[in-house]
Write a protein that binds this ligand. Structure first.
Ligand code: ME8
Length: 679
């Protein structure tokens, strides 16, 4: 089986771990656990990035020696990931000798080839982003980041990046899925096509870095150091036979090469998709298989930042909900690759809806009562199988195949959609076959078949959900009376067509407490309060416009459609339900700011009715009222009227927002008549 090596970014230790770091690491853990279940030799790496000016300055500010500082700051990352149930095989710290040695080795290879040369750097450096920036990039920065940018004029070693544009483009051509999602790959290609400048790869104005071999006046640029972690953790670069992990888990150009996936946030894509493969191509080494750039999380609709008081560490969430629920939520709520939101209230919604009512209930309905009362807790052998059973088995097989397909494509949210098709189908099966009625009627034969099919569906779910819910699925398996999953290589445990029926009759189940006990509303409110999730959104808002995430570290601009789309995660509705929402084209005739509100705009909208409608919209921050007049928008026309700031609002204007573009009302491309139904 093809070896699988998955990595996360290594995180800066100038601050504490937060939910954004948790997001990348949980995603990598899900992929690693899945690969192990498929029987693939798997390695999962995470760790911390500990050098550079930012960290040196922070240590100084606290009056600490940088090494002593990073020694204190790194373990909380490791602990946070362990608490989240992440089962990494290695945790690298860039201050470890095993790493420093290999970074110097890579440097020496490039230097010997003439791809690193000594020159002078004069320009801007963003300490916050640990990145050299151009005049144009400087202008685009927000005030806070710009205030931290320094002018640098110092001798510097350069990497001949400009010579590798064509090689990179050829590599991209040959590896069409090297960067995912595809839109981001297009941005990367466009950036390279524009032409590359040589990259400054050393600094002389501070000392907290890996020394440049043979020139102690220089320390390496922190990104040269950091990116090499993916290889140094395997003991590479190394000659064949010197480092078994490197031989096995890094690609070397052979047909049975390992698959290497770097999971990163979209903020650091350019480093991974341009600089890193360029260093490797120059050194005659094979680049990784894929860089997957996931989207950016906001918290309860706000950008996460210490300044806004919504910088959330994973610990309290794990304490409140349990690690599995946090993992599940992160993987389910946001389409991987898209921007999304972490909303505390939504965690409860998914917990109660999907996990409690969906999965937990399925187990509870059968194991805790019927099986115990009717079969002494032992799994009965199925008897005659009918269409209902065949239908359920077909759903199970499809669900396993589709979920595997999506996990192979690094789309965990889609995999969960597919897995929950089986949860829904099994619940429907219980509703339809009504085992209570069968028990009451004394139809033991049919009841045996029904119980068996539900239990076997649950056993399949205990495997397919294991990457997401490692601890809850272990509890589920214990209740089903089946052994724990063994994360051993060469054991393909993922269910496949033809496998349904693997649960041996006679297995003794062990009913226990519900997997997802309900939180009563009072406890729920207390938890939200404790987590600080009840703060009005306004309180957390930035006073000034914040910089875009893409600008964080000179990453390429992202592709246009970046939404906070959560539609993929919501439950399907019937068409009949959709048509209940009366959507109409509206023409804004008048618009004025509502006095004493910094959000509301009062609009008079022509909806093709006798009189214009008054609609209040919370869009003041994004639109000048005058600019709205004459716009055609989409209005929910049958929303019950409600009062805001003492004014009645008779409808709602549809809008969408994301972190980068702010809010946009939905418009129409043609001058469709006001009042026309939207469908
Ligand atoms: O950039 N939403 O480290 P870093 C989603 N040391 N993901 C987020 C996030 C958010 N709001 N905030 C952070 C560095 N992340 C370098 C990396 S790799 C060789 C060196 C995640 O501590 C996301 O994965 O600033 C992002 O890329 C990473 O944390 C940045 O972590």
């Amino acid at each position: 089986m093809r070896p699988f090596y998955v990595t996360t970014p290594i995180y800066y230790v100038n601050d504490k771990p937060h939910i954004g770091h948790a997001y990348s690491t949980v995603a990598a853990d899900v992929l690693a656990r899945y690969a192990k279940l498929r029987g693939r030799p798997t390695r999962f790496l995470t760790g911390t990035d500990e050098h550079g000016q930012k960290i040196e300055e922070k240590a100084k500010e606290l009056g600490k020696d940088p090494q002593a500082f990073v020694d204190v700051m790194s373990p909380p990352f490791r602990d946070a990931f362990v608490e989240l149930g992440c089962d990494f095989d290695d945790y690298i710290r860039t201050t470890e000798p095993r790493h420093e040695e290999k970074v110097q080795e890579l440097w020496k290879i490039l230097f010997a080839k003439g791809d690193i040369y000594l020159g002078d750097y004069e320009g801007w450096y963003s300490v916050a982003d640990e990145s050299f920036i151009t005049e144009t990039e400087l202008k685009a920065l927000d005030e806070v980041t710009r205030s931290k940018v320094v002018r640098v004029k110092e001798p510097s070693y350069f990497f001949k990046l400009s010579a590798y544009g064509d090689a990179l483009l050829e590599f991209y051509e040959q590896n069409p899925t090297f960067v995912q999602p595809e839109g981001r790959f297009n941005e990367v290609k466009a950036f390279v096509k524009e032409g590359l400048r040589d990259l400054s790869v050393s600094r002389t104005s501070f000392t907290w870095g890996i020394p440049v071999p043979g020139d102690d006046a220089h320390v390496m640029f922190v990104w040269f150091d950091a990116l090499t972690n993916y290889m140094s953790a395997l003991g590479g670069p190394a000659k064949e036979g010197e480092a078994p992990l490197y031989d096995r888990f890094w690609p070397h150009g052979g047909s049975d090469d390992a698959q290497v996936v770097h999971i990163v946030g979209k903020d650091i894509l350019r480093f991974h998709a341009v600089f890193w493969p360029a260093f490797l191509l120059a050194a005659g080494l094979q680049p990784p298989t894929q860089v997957f750039a996931h989207g950016w999380l906001t918290i309860n609709g706000e950008k996460m930042s210490k300044r806004f008081g919504n910088f959330i560490p994973p610990g309290p969430l794990v304490e409140a909900f349990g690690a599995d629920v946090v993992r599940y939520y992160l993987m389910r709520e946001v389409g991987f690759g898209q921007d999304g939101d972490f909303a505390h209230k939504q965690v409860f919604a998914r917990y109660h809806g999907e996990l409690g009512n969906g999965l937990g209930n399925l187990l509870q309905r059968i194991v805790a009562s019927i099986l115990k009362n009717e079969f002494g807790g032992a799994v009965p052998a199925p008897t005659e199988i009918g269409d209902e059973e065949r239908e359920l088995v077909a759903v199970a097989e499809k669900s396993a195949a589709v979920a595997a397909h999506h996990l192979d494509l690094v789309a965990p949210h889609r995999a969960l959609d597919a897995i929950f098709e089986l949860v829904a189908a099994a619940n429907r099966y219980v509703d339809r076959t009504a085992p209570w009625a069968l028990a009451k009627a004394g139809d033991k034969e049919r009841l045996a078949t029904v119980c068996y099919h539900v239990l076997e569906s649950l056993r399949w779910l205990s495997v397919m959900l294991a990457p997401f819910l490692p601890s809850k699925t272990a509890d589920l398996r214990a209740q089903l009376g089946v052994s724990a999953l063994t994360p051993e290589e060469a054991m393909d445990q993922w269910p496949k067509a033809g496998d349904f029926g693997g649960l041996p009759a006679g297995t003794l189940t062990a009913p226990a407490a519900p997997l997802f006990p309900r939180f009563d509303p009072k406890t729920e409110a207390e938890i939200l309060e404790k987590l600080g999730a009840n703060k009005p959104a306004e309180a957390a808002k930035p006073a000034k416009k914040e910089k875009k995430v893409e600008e964080k570290k000179d990453a390429p601009k992202a592709e246009a459609p970046k939404t906070d789309d959560k539609s993929e995660a919501s439950a399907p509705i019937a068409f009949d339900d959709f048509v209940k929402v009366d959507l109409r084209v509206g023409l804004i005739l008048e618009a004025e700011a509502v006095p004493k509100s910094d959000k509301l705009v009062r609009c008079q909208i022509d909806l093709g009715e006798e009189k214009p409608r008054q609609v209040l919209a919370g869009i003041r921050k994004h639109y000048d009222p005058e600019a709205l007049v004459g716009k055609r928008v989409v209005v929910v026309a049958n929303l019950a009227p409600r009062k805001m700031m003492g004014l009645e609002s008779h409808g709602m204007i549809l809008a969408a927002s994301d972190t980068d573009h702010g809010l946009s009302v939905l418009g129409l491309e043609k001058e469709i008549t006001p009042g026309t139904r939207v469908s």
